[in-house]
Design a protein around this ligand. Sequence first.
Ligand SMILES: Nc1nc2c(c(=O)[nH]1)N(C=O)[C@@H](CNc1ccc(C(=O)N[C@@H](CCC(=O)O)C(=O)O)cc1)CN2
Ligand SMILES: Nc1nc2c(ncn2[C@@H]2O[C@H](COP(=O)(O)OP(=O)(O)OP(=O)(O)O)[C@@H](O)[C@H]2O)c(=O)[nH]1
Ligand SMILES: [Mg+2]
Length: 482
Amino acid sequence: MIYDDTIVALATPPGAGAIAVIRVSGSKAIDIVSPLFHAKGEKALEEQASHTLHLGHIKDGHRVIDEALVSIFHGPRSYTGENTIEISCHGSPYIQQEIIQLLTRKGCRIAQPGEFTLRAFLNGKMDLSQAEAVADVIASDNEAAHQIAMSQMRGGFSSEINQLREELLNFASLIELELDFAEEDVEFANREQFNDLIKRITFVLKRLIDSFAVGNVIKNGIPVAIVGEPNVGKSTLLNALLNEERAIVSEIAGTTRDTVEDEITIGGMGFRFIDTAGIRATEDVVENIGIKKTFEKIDQAQVVIYLIDASHSALRASLSKGENLLGIQTEIEEIKNKYPQKPVVIVVNKIDQVSTEDRSSFEREIQERLITDSQRKNIRLALISAKTGEGVERLQEFLLDFVNTGALKNDQTIVTNARHYDALLKALEEITKVQEGLNAGLSGDLMAIDIRQALYHLGEITGSISTDDLLGNIFANFCIGK
Ligand SMILES: Nc1nc2c(c(=O)[nH]1)N(C=O)[C@@H](CNc1ccc(C(=O)N[C@@H](CCC(=O)O)C(=O)O)cc1)CN2
Ligand SMILES: Nc1nc2c(ncn2[C@@H]2O[C@H](COP(=O)(O)OP(=O)(O)OP(=O)(O)O)[C@@H](O)[C@H]2O)c(=O)[nH]1
Ligand SMILES: [Mg+2]
C-alpha cells in the first residue's frame, strides 16, 4: 500500500444530513486545501495554528461551492499523524461530491476503507489491536460491547500483551547469551525465575483465551433459544420481544420451520433471540429438519425459554388431575439434565385466555412440580401473554438477572477478536513447549526457538509483527472515511 500521497474521503454517512465532514490527510493536505478556502480577514490556512477552526468559503475558481468550517491539524499532531484538514460543509450529497471532486482534481486520492486508521497505525499513533478496536467502537451497540471496545482502543489489552512480551524478551536475551558462552556452561537465566515467569504467562494466556467465549457473547448478544411445542406462541413472543413482526404467526401448528433470529438490547446487554420450530413427533420431512435444528439451537444457546400454552384444555385437565403435564415435565427434565448449567425460563403463555384462579394454580403447580429446590437457582417461572404483552417485561428482567449474577460480571480484559484469539492459542502452544523443555532440563538453544515463536505470535496481536496482507485484510473491513 502506498501511503505518501494525500487522501480524501467523506467521514460522515453518505446521503443528505445537516452537516457532512470531508477529511483530507497527507503531507500536502494543508497545501491542497489552502488555496480553495477563503476566510475573510484571516491569514492563509497554512499559517494557522494546529487544532484551530475557521469559517470561510470553499471555492472552485470564482464559483462558491459552500460556506464551510475548516479545521486544521499539523502532523504529527493529528489522528493519522499526518497533516490533516477537515471540512464541515452543508450535508447535501451534491455539495459533498463537488468538494471531493474538486480535491481529487487538485491532487488528492480517494481513500480506501480504513486508510486513515491504517495510516495512524503505520505512523505509530496506535498499535494494531487499538486500530481494530476503533472499528469495534463504531460497531458497538450496547453498553458492554462499548466498554470493551473503548478499553481496547485506549490500549488496555495492548499493554497487557506488551508486558508479557517484554518479560519474555528479557529471558530470551539471557538464554541466547548463554549460547555465546556454550563452552563455559554458564546459566545467565535463572531457571527457577524462568519457571515462575512461564507459569505466570501460561496463566494469563489461558485467562485471555477463556475470555473469548464471553467476548463473543457480548459482541453478538447472548443467545436465547425460544422452544416448546407447536402453536404455544413462540413466534408471537419473539415478535413481542423485538417489538416488530419478525416471524410469521398463525394458528396452524408447525408454522415455523426454519429458525428466525434477531438481536435487541435489554438494560444495556445484547440478547440474540432464536425462534425455533415447535418440538413434536411428525412425519413431515421439512418440519423434522426444523426440529433437528431446534435441538442444535438449544445446544448453542446460553439461555432457554421454554413455552407452555396455558389455554390448552388438555393441559389444564391434566394439571387438575395431577397428571404428567402432557409430557412437558419430561421435556423440561430432559433439558435440565442435558444442560445442568443452562438457565431456563419456563414461560406459561396465553394467560389472557385463562381465569385468575387458573393462573394461580398454574403458578403453584409448576413451582412445586417442575422447579425443585435444588434447581431454583437457574430456573425461573414467568406467566405472560405474548399477544397482549402482559408479563413480557418481567421475563426480560429474569434474563438480565441471569447475566448480572453470571459469569459476565468482571473487569478483566476480554478478548473479542478472532484474530487475537488465534494468536493467543498459538502463543500458548509455544509457551507450553517451553514449559515442557524446562521440565525436561532442555538446553537453552532449543528453548530459545520456542520463546521466539511465542514472542512472534504475541507481536502479531499488537502489530509489532505484521504483513501487508494482514493489514489489507483488517482495514478492508473498516468503513470509508475511518
Ligand atoms: N472531527 C473529528 N472528530 C473525531 C475524530 C476525528 O478524527 N475528527 N476522531 C477520529 O477517530 C475521534 C477523535 N480522535 C482523535 C484522536 C486524536 C486526535 C489528535 O489530534 N491527536 C493529536 C493531538 C493530541 C493532543 O494534542 O492532545 C496527537 O495524537 O498527536 C484527534 C482526534 C472522534 N471524533
Ligand atoms: N390468546 C392468545 N393467543 C396467542 C398468544 N400467543 C400466541 N397466540 C396465538 O397462538 C397461535 C400460535 O402462535 P405462534 O406464535 O405462531 O406459535 P408458535 O409456537 O411459533 O408455533 P409453531 O411455529 O407452529 O411452532 C397464533 O394464533 C397466535 O395468535 C397469547 O398470548 N394469547
Ligand atoms: Mg412459530
